[in-house]
Design a protein around this ligand. Structure first.
Ligand code: PHE
Ligand code: NA
Length: 450
C-alpha cells in the first residue's frame, strides 16, 4: 500500500475528487448540446440507463484495479496481471490509459481556455452591447486565433500543474474539498436563476418527456459513448484516483455516489441552460456553440445577465479544472513512480508535452482549418478518436480484465464479499458490458447496421 500522505484522508475526499474528475466539460458543455441535438427526453432516458447498467459497473472495475494495484496505471496493471498469473502484456492497458488522458487533456485545455476567457468577457458586460451575429463572430474569429487561445489554454494548464504538483493531500484533495461544494452551489443558484425566466416547465418537458421518434440509432450510440466519457471511464483517471483509496472504504458505495453526483451535475446544467435558451427563442440543437454563442446571447439580454453569466463561466471553468487534474495525474504518477522523478519534474515534463500537443488543436482552427479527415476537422477527429474509440477500448479492456482475468476471490475481496450486489456486478461486467461495447465498435466500423 501507499504511505498515508499518498492517500485520500477520508471517504468524502475521495468522492469529491472522483466527482471532480467526472464532472467536467462533459456535463456542462457537451451534455446539454448533445441532448439538444438528439431530441432531448428519449436521449436522456437512454443516457441514464447506460450510466446505471454499464457506467456504474465499469467505474467500479476501474477503481478496483487502482485500489488493488496501489500504483500508477501501468504498474498496477502489471502487478495485478502477475497476481492473476496472466500475461504481462496487460500493462499496455495502463499505458493506453496514460496516453488517452494525455491526448484528451491536450484538447480539454483548449475548451477550458474558452471557458476561462468568457469569465472576464461576461463580467465586463461585453455581451450586453453585442448583437447575436457579433457574438458568433467573436467566438469564431477572435477566440479561435492562435495567440489568445494559446494564452488561455496555457493558463488552464498552469493552474492544473500548480494543484497537481502539490501532490494528493495538499493538492488534489484540498482543491476538490473546496471546489466541488462551490460548483454544486453555483449550479443550484443558476437553476434558480433560470427558473425566473418562466420557462422552467418547457425545459423539464424537453428533458424528461421522451419522444422516441426523435431518437435515432446514432443518437443511442452517442448516449452510450457519452455515458462513459462523462464518468471518466477508460482513461486511467479513475484508476489512479482509486489507487489513492485506502482498503477500508467501499468501492461500490463510493462509485455509485460519484455516478449520482455526475448525473446530478449534468441534469442541473440542463435545467440551468434550457429555460434560458427557450425564454429567448433560441435553439437547443445549436451544437458546440450552445454554451459559447447561444447562451451569451441570452445572458446579454437578461436582467442580471452579467452577474449570472459570469457565475456560469466560473462554474464551467471550475468543472473543467478539476477534471484536468485527473487527466494528467496518471502520467505524473507514472513518471514519479516508474521514472523516479520528483512531482515537480514530472509536472514540468508532462505539462510541456500537453502544451505542445495542445498547439495541434489551436492551429487546427486557423492554418489547419481546411485539413479534414473524412469531413472532420482535427479538433473533431481528436474528440471522436478519444471519446468514440480510446475511452471505450480502455474501458472494455479494464472490464474484461476484472471480469475474466482477475480471480473472483480477489475481486470479491475488493468489493466487500460475495454478496448479491457483487454477483450482479460480476454478471454485468462479464456479459452485458463487453457485449454492448463490442456492438458499438462493430457498428462504428460498419460491420453491423443499427
Ligand atoms: N468526465 C470528464 C467530463 O465529463 C471527462 C474525462 C474523461 C475526464 C476521462 C477524465 C477522464 O468532462
Ligand atoms: Na462528466
Amino acid at each position: 500500500g501507499r504511505a498515508p500522505q499518498q492517500q485520500w484522508s477520508t471517504r468524502v475526499s475521495f468522492v469529491l475528487a472522483a466527482a471532480g474528475a467526472a464532472v467536467g466539460l462533459g456535463n456542462i458543455w457537451k451534455f446539454p448540446y448533445v441532448a439538444g441535438e438528439n431530441g432531448g427526453g428519449a436521449f436522456i432516458l437512454v443516457y441514464l440507463a447506460c450510466i446505471a447498467l454499464l457506467g456504474v459497473p465499469m467505474l467500479m472495475a476501474e477503481v478496483l484495479i487502482g485500489r488493488r494495484g496501489q500504483q500508477n496505471p501501468v504498474n498496477s496493471m502489471a502487478s495485478l496481471a502477475q497476481e492473476a498469473g496472466a500475461s504481462p502484456a496487460w500493462k499496455n492497458v495502463g499505458r493506453l490509459g496514460v496516453v488517452t488522458g494525455f491526448l484528451l487533456l491536450s484538447f480539454y485545455v483548449v475548451v477550458a481556455g474558452w471557458a476561462l476567457a468568457y469569465i472576464p468577457l461576461t463580467a465586463t458586460g461585453t455581451f450586453t452591447s453585442m448583437q447575436p451575429p457579433q457574438i458568433g463572430q467573436l467566438f469564431d474569429g477572435h477566440l479561435q486565433q492562435p495567440l489568445p487561445l494559446i494564452g488561455w489554454s496555457t493558463l488552464v494548464l498552469l493552474l492544473t500543474l500548480g494543484i497537481v504538483g502539490r501532490g494528493v493531500r495538499q493538492g488534489l484533495e484540498k482543491a476538490a474539498n473546496l471546489l466541488m461544494p462551490l460548483l454544486f452551489l453555483f449550479l443550484l443558484i443558476l437553476v434558480g436563476y433560470a427558473a425566473t425566466t418562466g420557462h422552467f416547465g418547457d425545459a423539464v418537458d424537453f428533458m424528461f418527456r421522451p419522444d422516441f421518434d426523435k431518437l435515432s440509432a446514432s443518437g443511442v450510440l452517442i448516449a452510450l459513448g457519452h455515458a462513459f466519457f462523462t464518468l471518466s471511464i477508460g482513461g486511467g483517471a479513475m484508476m489512479i484516483y482509486g489507487s489513492y483509496l485506502s482498503p477500508q472504504i467501499s468501492i461500490a458505495r463510493t462509485s455509485i455516489l460519484v455516478a449520482v453526483l455526475d448525473t446530478a451535475a449534468a441534469l442541473l446544467a440542463g435545467l440551468a441552460i434550457f429555460p434560458i435558451v427557450f425564454a429567448y427563442g433560441l435553439e437547443p440543437g445549436g451544437g458546440p456553440g450552445l454554451i459559447f454563442v447561444t447562451l451569451p446571447i441570452a445572458f446579454g439580454q437578461m436582467p442580471f445577465g452579467t452577474l449570472f453569466g459570469t457565475l456560469f463561466f466560473l462554474m464551467l471553468s471550475v468543472a473543467a479544472l478539476t477534471s484536468a487534474f485527473s487527466l494528467i495525474e496518471p502520467a505524473i504518477a507514472w513518471l514519479t513512480e516508474k521514472r523516479g522523478m520528483s512531482r515537480l519534474q514530472a509536472s514540468v515534463l508532462g505539462g510541456s508535452g500537453i502544451w505542445l500537443l495542445s498547439l495541434g488543436t489551436v492551429f487546427s482552427f486557423n492554418i489547419g482549418a481546411d485539413w479534414t479527415l473524412a469531413g472532420k476537422t482535427f479538433f473533431e477527429t481528436l474528440d471522436y478518436l478519444i471519446s468514440g474509440w480510446m475511452l471505450p477500448l480502455g474501458g472494455l479492456l479494464m472490464a474484461l480484465f476484472t471480469a475474466w482475468v482477475m480471480k473472483p476471490e480477489t475481486t470479491a475481496l475488493e468489493l466487500g464479499g460475495n454478496s448479491a450486489g457483487y454477483r450482479l456486478w460480476l454478471l454485468l461486467i462479464r456479459f452485458l458490458v463487453p457485449v454492448v461495447i463490442l456492438v458499438i465498435f462493430l457498428q462504428a466500423i460498419g460491420l453491423i447496421g443499427l
